[in-house]
Write a protein that binds this ligand. Structure first.
Ligand SMILES: *[C@@H]1O[C@H](CO)[C@@H](O)[C@H](O)[C@H]1NC(C)=O
Ligand SMILES: *[C@@H]1O[C@H](CO)[C@@H](O)[C@H](O)[C@H]1NC(C)=O
Ligand SMILES: *[C@@H]1O[C@H](CO)[C@@H](O)[C@H](O)[C@H]1NC(C)=O
Ligand SMILES: *[C@@H]1O[C@H](CO)[C@@H](O)[C@H](O)[C@H]1NC(C)=O
Length: 115
């Protein structure tokens, strides 16, 4: 593994530790964790999100439905736990992801600015 790969890894793990959000619903058994998200102030007009759904203790999410939403657009399925948006306009954007399973629902959001 070269130096470049190493620094990528370090960067990724930094991003990983910074981007740990808990779902908004306090009584939920799920936690949504972003593994990849755009920089809060990004120069790119595309954004890739990769996230993880963590369940408490014995809670699994095999039967969950997962929906993603960008700004005011309608929600779309993102059961693959990743989604790519492109052609973003300059300005503030808000990405929301919701998990709905037999053991409860949880949502979280990530806001960033393209400029
Ligand atoms: C999960 O574990 C708790 C206690 O550890 C138990 O009360 C609960 O019924 C379990 N839930 C499921 C879905 O097995
Ligand atoms: C965009 O977000 C930034 C920081 O959150 C805020 O200061 C700014 O007023 C927002 N701009 C618009 C147009 O909403
Ligand atoms: C979760 O899914 C169930 C069954 O499909 C539905 O009745 C419920 O309204 C959903 N909850 C949320 C918060 O979307
Ligand atoms: C993102 O913005 C939305 C509305 O603009 C707000 O409801 C939400 O709490 C924000 N999320 C974060 C993580 O700041």
């Amino acid at each position: 593994m070269g130096f470049f790969n190493m620094s990528c890894l370090i960067l990724l793990s930094l991003v990983f530790s910074v981007l740990s959000f808990k779902g908004n619903c306090d009584d939920s058994q799920f936690t949504l964790k972003f593994l990849k998200a755009p920089h809060p102030f990004s120069h790119l007009n595309s954004a890739k999100f990769v996230f993880q759904v963590l369940g408490a203790a014995n809670v699994t999410c095999s039967d969950c439905s997962i929906t993603c939403k960008l700004d005011d657009s309608s929600a779309s399925d993102c059961g693959g736990r990743k989604i790519l948006y492109s052609g973003l306009q300059d300005g503030n954007h808000s990405f929301g992801v919701c998990v709905n399973g037999s053991q409860g629902a949880a949502c979280t959001s990530y806001n960033w600015t393209v400029g």
